[in-house]
Every structure is written in C-alpha cells, then in structure tokens.
Design a protein around this ligand. Sequence first.
Ligand code: CU
Length: 360
Amino acid sequence: MHSSWLNRLFFSLTLVASSVLAPLVPAHAATTYTVQAGGSDETGGIEVTAFMPDVVQIQPGDTVTWNIVGFHNVQFLAGQPRPALVIPDPDNPSQLILNPEIAFPVGGNVFDGSSMVNSGIPMEEGSGPPQPVPYSLTFPKAGTYAYICAVHPEMAGVVLVRDEQPPMTPDQVASAIPGLQKDYVGSVQAKEAAMSNIPTTTIMAGVKGTKAESLHFTPNRVTINVGDTLTWTVDTQDPHTVTFLSGGPPVEFFLPEPQASGPPKLVLNPMAIRPAGGSTYNGTGYTNSGFLSAYPTAPGAPPPNTYSLTFTRPGTYSYYCIIHGPIMSGTVVVTGTAGAAAAPAAPSAQMPAAQMPTGK
Ligand SMILES: [Cu+2]
C-alpha cells in the first residue's frame, strides 16, 4: 500500500521532469559504435594499419569502442605533440625503452578534447592472429576529434561528434569492417604474389600494400651461389630485423624491467637492435642486421632501411625477425662449392653508429 503510493508519486514526478527537460535533452538514447583498430589475415602474417572505419560520426553522449587487433594504440593527443615510440630511458640514457606514454593507458573513459587519452598497446604474446582487446571512450561534447595510432605513422582516425542524426547506425558501421579489412589484406597478398617467384638477391622485409603490410620476407626462400650477397630492404611502417641464430636460442625484443610501482619498463634488447656478426655469413654465429626501419632513427641520418650479407659457405640457412617472431622467417639456400668463391671480407665489419635507433 505504502510502497505503491510512493511508486505512483515517483512515476508522476518522472513524467513532470521528463516533460520539463525534454527540449534540453538530445532526442536519442546513448549509443555505442564499434570501430576496429588494426586487423589481421587469418594467419597473423598480414597486419592492417588502419582504423576501420577511419571516420565515425556519433552524437554527444555516445561511446566508441575500439577493438584493438594487434600492436596498436588509440591516442587522442588533445593538442600535445606526437610522442616518439622509442625514447632513451630517463634513468639510464644508454638504453632505449618503449615510450610508456604510448605503451600504457592514460586518462579515463571520457574524452572531451581537453587532455590526452590513450588506450595503451595490448601486449598479448602468442602465435596466430591477434585477438581483439576493447577500449571505450564516451564523448560528451560536440566536436571534431582526431586520433592516431602512435605505433604506425600512417594510421589515424577521426570521431565526429554532432548533434544531428549520424549518417550510419552502429550496425551499418560494424558491417563495413570486414570488407575494408579484406581489401587492405588483399592489397598485400596481390603484391606478394607478384614478387614471390622471381629470382632475386633483393628481399623485402615486410611488403607494404594499401593500409596493410605483411610480416613476411618476400621472396620467402631464395637460392643463391656461394659468394653472392643478399640485400634486405624495409619500406613498411613496422621496423624489422634480419637475424640468423645459427642454432642459438631466440632473442627477446623487449626486456621488461619491473618498477617499484606501475607498469614495467620495456627496454629494447641491445642484442636485437644492434648489428652483429659482420657482413659475411658462413652458417655459424649470431648474425643480426640490427634495427631496420623506413624512418630515420637519428636526426639528419638516413633511415636504416637496408642490410646486406654475403654468403661464404653452401648450405640451407633460416633467419627471422626478432621483433615479429617466428611468423616472420625466411630461408636462404646457398649452392656451390665451399672455397670456390673469393676470400670473404673480414667478418668484424660494423654497421655505422648512425643506424642505431634513438627514438628521435
Ligand atoms: Cu598501428
């Protein structure tokens, strides 16, 4: 009796309140739109470097959920400069670390344009295609909000927050994603197919298509003669290494250093990023290109985007990229007679210091 009377009072107050407030409140229920950040083929060997779709229009109060697929972040800079992906460790400038401002979350789950927010990078280990990791932001105010993936220089998006009805419903936005991903992955597959069966001494470390790139060496297997030199070239947004372990153990790219508080420091393993083993290879010893990138890693220096190695002994040699792991592997078959080639150059030659990444 008592409670039903209260209920009725509450109900009528609600009616009054809603009729008074109605003209002030946007005429829609808060809605969530899903955008995919990055993507993959079914093997994990081709990564999409796009937000799909890269422009989404919503209304004030709506939420965007990004499903982050792979090594990407979602970062709204809010007027701050773009952060460098790799920086000198403030506590020990002789080592390089993954910038914690990119690697780990910053800010909450509401973005009004006033200060930077960042999803952080999902750090999932494992083989096979990456699994989606969601990140959500609610946008209370109308505006035009640009954002980036701080890992991939060409990966950017915009959230348009407008009072009027958006042109696409959340379902329409979601249903556009598979087609975009297929097109971007397909652009890489077509390029790889065209490059695969051509005899060559030049190998692409990653093949760059339209808003996607491979984690493959292409051609993946080459046959050369003793004394020949192979050259690897990088033009992708991702950096790579060309690394011959010669039967040694795999090398970690990150050496996490636990901190007194907060997330670990992600130190770049010097063994991964520095060249080793010289300019010739006889099938033994740790031989590494060091950090290869299409982008300069030191002010005024050219990008460290090529690596050459001369093969001095017949055999079948496998190599891989330390940054991307076993999915990015290749094979060199060297034919001929040992000793038939000219004497190899001194194996102690070092790559120039300008090729070391500094995060600048
Ligand atoms: Cu990215």
